[in-house]
Design a protein. Sequence first.
Length: 309
Amino acid sequence: MAGKWGGIAILLLALLLVGCGGEEEAKGPVSVASKIDTEGALLGQMIILSLEADGFEVEDKTEFGPTSVIREAIINDELDLYPEYTGNGGFFFDDTDPEIWKDAQKGYEKVRELDKEHNNLIWLKPASANNTWAIAVREDLALEEGLETLSDMGRYVREGGRVKLAASEEFVSREDALPAFERAYNFELKDENLLIFAGGNTAQTIQAAGEGRDEVNFAMAYGTDGPVAALGLVILEDTLGVQPVYEPAPLIRAEVLKDYPEIEGILETVFASLNLEILQQLNAAIALEGRDAKEAAREYLETSGLLDG
């Protein structure tokens, strides 16, 4: 009898193992974050929706914090993945040749190399869209004062023109942002010339300028901002090429990519579908029309055939 029951037990165990083996293993959880800005939230939601569609459990940590905070978090393994910008390599690794970061391909290759070597972080392929720092001015002031370039702005400031610039704390303090513009175009803004926001959301800065809030007439902007023209602003041309190329790309911890190599292919398809015009349109939908970032991301992915409706 013992042999009979033993045989049955073995059979049941074998069936159980076969049944378990037939089930798809759970994937994740993977924590996906973003910075506190319109495009960061948009791209973060695209990443989340794409991974969830592939069966991943995802922790939504979008709008996590500014660059310095989110960077420290991923290096310390507190986050797994978020959208970053290639040009920030010059900020992260400030002992490199600054000219490298003004070339899209060279900048991507260099930051990918350095972040893998120093932090075990992997840069996946970026979207073809330069979301560089910029300064926008009210169109009426631009026409009145002949402001088309940052050189014109420098002249205007030196001649005592009234300036109130709405910008993020990061834009004002980072050496490769406003200070770089000031050095290159020979002007200086003082505290009374600034309206500083804690986050990096240009929806706030360009709206402040468009509405003339607190006498703001200039605003920090990004290259992919869609609402600039709609709010009566124009981007001042960076004729000296001060700013690096900032292409958005997924940044992921190497350990996570090793466990789930399929993430690379999933996100490469999504980011390859994006360009400057698409991001401007999506950013405008969020900033001007009040669309939710997740809703805008889902609609784009579905209409592009990248996500089942």
